[in-house]
Structures are given as C-alpha cells and as structure tokens.
Design a protein around this ligand. Structure first.
Ligand SMILES: Nc1ncnc2c1ncn2[C@@H]1O[C@H](COP(=O)(O)OP(=O)(O)OP(=O)(O)O)[C@@H](O)[C@H]1O
Ligand SMILES: [Mg+2]
Length: 319
C-alpha cells in the first residue's frame, strides 16, 4: 500500500453538450496522503464536483474522462469493471454530495434508511445493521432517541450530520465532502466542522473537502488546492496558501473573502469565469488578471513546484 490514498494524474474530463465540448477538468493532478485533509476551492463552475464525481465513478453519461489516471491505493480506478466499482464505492471512498441533506427519503424513518444502507453494503443481519446505525448516529452527535424520527423532524444541521454518518457506514479510507456546510447557518456550520475534525482524531480518515468557503478550508485542512476554469492554479500547505498566496487568482480569492473583524473592505474579481466550451488561450485567468503579459495570453503556464508549493503562473517570480 502506498502512503497516498489517492493520486490523480493528468486528468482530463469533458462534457458533451449540444453547444460543444465543455472542458471541465484539464490536466488535473494531485495527491491525498493517508490521514490528510485536503481542501479544494475555486469559483462556481471551475470543475470541483466534476473531479470528485470522476473519483467516485459517478460522472453522468455525457461526462467523459478523456485522459489521465485516478489511483486509489496505487490502482487505477478508471479501469475498474462494474463489480470492482461496487466494491470500491462507499467502502474505499464515499461522498457527501452537494445539497445531500435533502436527499434523505422523506417517507422513511432515519434509522430505517440507515439500517437498510448498512444491510445492503455490508451484508449483515438487520439487528447488527440497526445496532451499527445507532452507534454511527451517536458518533455524529445526534441523540439516538431522535433516530426513530423522519427527516422533516430534523434540522438542517442534524440532516447534514446524518449524511456524514451515512458516508462513514462502510469505514472508507477517503471521504469526499462536496459543500458540506454551505446551506447551514454559521453556528451549525461550526458544529459540522468540529465533527469533521473529531473524525480525524478517531480514524485515519482522509478527506477531500470541496467548498467555496475558504474559511472552512482554513479551519480544517492541511493542504489546499485552488482551481480556476478547470485547471489547478495553486496547491500547497493551507498555512502557506492563506498567508502568502502566489497565484494572482488565489490572492484575489482570499482578499475577496469578507471578514467581520477587519475594516479593509472586500476586494472582488471583475468579470466572470470563462465559458469552458471556448476557454481563453494561454492562462485561463489572463482576461481577469492584473498582471497579464503577452506570454500569459499565448501559452498555458505549467504547474511548477518550489519548496513543496505548486503554482501555475508565468509571473510567479516577479509579482
Ligand atoms: N452534466 C453536465 N453537462 C454539461 N456541462 C456540465 C455538466 N456538469 C457540469 N458541467 C459544466 O462543467 C463545468 C464544471 O462544473 P462543476 O459542477 O464541476 O463545477 P463546480 O466547481 O463544482 O461548481 P460549483 O461550485 O457551482 O458547484 C461547469 O462549466 C459546468 O457548467
Ligand atoms: Mg460543485
């Protein structure tokens, strides 16, 4: 077994649409080490969910992996046949989907939904599955007396905690959480973050945490990946990314994040992320960047490593 639980190498994904091919992920490469919490951020439409769905083998049929490898414990999951995918999903990797807390079935009691999921995935008896459901519900901080209730009787935060519990049913080594706190108020969000942090102490779990909310990443993750328009533009330790970002996009993203403690005002990035059917030539960020030179318009900058920190910018050394 390798130290890296997940390694994505040069992944290219596109969606076939009537308007043309949407190049949603281009040359995406990163690793997640065993026990590491990694944050993935970037503006809406930059390819975060697409990348996660590819790892889960759950891209819709119009989503095509055009190239690259997704190695889980050293094996390329893209080559898995149906049976292998069934064994891999939820046991090796599980996912808390964007907006998932509304995915609980409204007509079944929470405990029954969970018990059925455990029975199906683990092939254990009803009694054992029920016992494990109660343990999991308890482990995410929900009073087991509430487990016999229906989803509509639960608050958003409780439902989201249940989704986390469901993702942990088969003891996966990697959990992908896509916007797990976005729909929650700040207090409940803080509880979910605390829960994620506790999980890390309890098991050797790795987490890929996808969110627009940089403060969530700053709070929970060891490493941070910033994507822009389908490509990774910067990647490194969370402390370095937040204290000394090197890509102009990351700088803007961080300075456009509101802080109630500071009176510096909010910066923002003019314009919108590009259309991924006809993305800009060269660096995809160049039309919105304050530091653009001709080279940025012509050639796409490679992601280059310096002191374990990767940045894709032609002007890295002089800005
Ligand atoms: N099924 C699809 N068909 C066509 N295009 C799609 C499909 N799903 C996603 N896309 C496009 O692929 C790109 C990446 O989308 P993706 O959902 O991965 O972004 P994201 O970073 O998760 O955004 P958000 O923060 O809004 O969730 C976007 O341009 C999006 O419009
Ligand atoms: Mg998404």
């Amino acid at each position: 077994m390798t130290e890296d639980v997940l390694e994505i190498r040069n992944l290219y994904i596109s969606y076939q649409t009537k308007q043309g091919k949407v190049k949603a992920a281009e040359d995406v490469s990163f690793k997640i080490r065993c026990g590491d919490f990694v944050g993935l951020s970037g503006e809406s439409g930059c390819g975060k969910t697409t990348t996660a769905l590819a790892v889960m083998h759950l891209l819709p049929k119009e989503g095509i992996v055009e190239g690259g490898e997704i190695l889980f414990n050293g094996r390329n999951v893209l080559e898995y046949k149906d049976q292998e995918v069934r064994e891999y999903l939820w046991r090796d990797v599980s996912m808390i989907f964007q907006g998932a807390m509304n995915a609980l079935n409204p007509v079944h009691k929470v405990i029954d939904q969970m018990t059925t999921a455990i029975q199906i995935h683990e092939g254990v008896s009803h009694e054992e599955a029920r016992e494990r459901s109660l343990e999991l519900i308890d482990s995410v901080g929900i009073d087991i007396a509430r487990a016999g209730g229906y989803p509509h009787e639960m608050s958003g935060g409780m439902k989201q905690r249940l989704m986390i519990a469901l993702a942990l049913v088969c003891h996966p080594s990697l959990v992908i959480a896509d916007e797990p706190t976005t729909a929650l108020d700040v207090m409940v969000q803080a509880q979910i973050l605390e829960l994620l942090k506790q999980l890390r102490n309890r098991t050797n779990l790795s987490l890929l945490l996808i969110t627009h909310d940089l403060s969530v990443i700053a709070e929970t993750c060891d490493h941070t990946i910033i994507m822009y328009a389908g490509r990774i533009v910067e990647m490194g330790s969370t402390s370095k990314i937040f204290s000394d970002p090197e890509h102009p996009y990351t700088m803007k993203l961080i300075s456009s994040f509101p802080s109630i403690l500071s009176d510096k005002g909010i910066d923002y990035i003019p314009g919108n992320p590009p259309d991924l059917i006809n993305p800009p030539s060269g660096c995809r960020f160049h039309p919105r960047c304050d530091f653009t030179i001709n080279q940025c318009k012509e050639n796409s900058p490679p992601l280059e490593e310096q002191d374990n920190h990767l940045v894709a910018c032609w002007r890295r050394s002089d800005i």
